[in-house]
Design a protein around this ligand. Sequence first.
Ligand code: PAF
Length: 273
Amino acid sequence: MIIARSVSELRAVLDTTKGSVGFVPTMGALHIGHRTLIEAARKNNEYVVVSIFINPTQFLPGEDLSKYPRREEADFKICELSGVDILFYPDTDMMYGKDEVSILAPDVRGYILEGASRPGHFDGVLTVVMKLFNIVRPTRAYFGKKDAQQLALITQMAENFFMNVEIIPMDTVRESDGLALSSRNVYLNTVERQEALKLSAALKKATKMVMQGNLVSEEIKRAMEEILTPLDVEYVAVVNRRFESLAQVVIGDTIVLVAARVGTTRLIDNMWM
Ligand code: PAF
């Protein structure tokens, strides 16, 4: 595995390759969810590039940028063992200059739900993903469905900017008890880890209601909020794939989402129906 710390190093390697490039952008602290993305990229492309970059522009003041888990050695090992060809590992000065053009998330999808709770977050995500796509020029890029709104916005950006990349959505990976894998799970203590199961339990309840024929969003949300009590819930939402609010679940075109704080840790999860 080649580790490239600068754009020119990465380009020098990529320029010698021929064939499709599968790209998995990450902020490190890699877990099995990331490995699933890497495995899919490995299976369907000649080359696999992973980036590890904790992007400062997607953190709001007061968020966990300084304490975001950093696992350089373990991450490098995971990439190597997963068959990554090139690891792009830039620092902030490599990725950002002093006076930057930035990409703004669209109002309709970028400033609701996650975007309302974390205003400006998606501007930072889209800006860095645009930079990374321009640097790596991937054939396919792999993103988890757990960050459903991020996935929708990146897909929209690729379309709006006529970018020559296929965005591949990948299912959320869960622990055996239902907790969605997230780099932020490491912040949870034992009691909080147990409390965090309320998110997947609420989504399980939503699935059960839908399977039993109750498609009314308000009733589903109320049942979910009961299960989520006493967590500090930021939102429970029922939207379609374009992130428009739905009064009723439409099977095949619905995402049920939840964001809540467990202690000081903010967690999100969702279920695609
Ligand atoms: O999902 C993430 O880890 C980040 O938002 C991403 C896409 C790597 C951009 O920094």
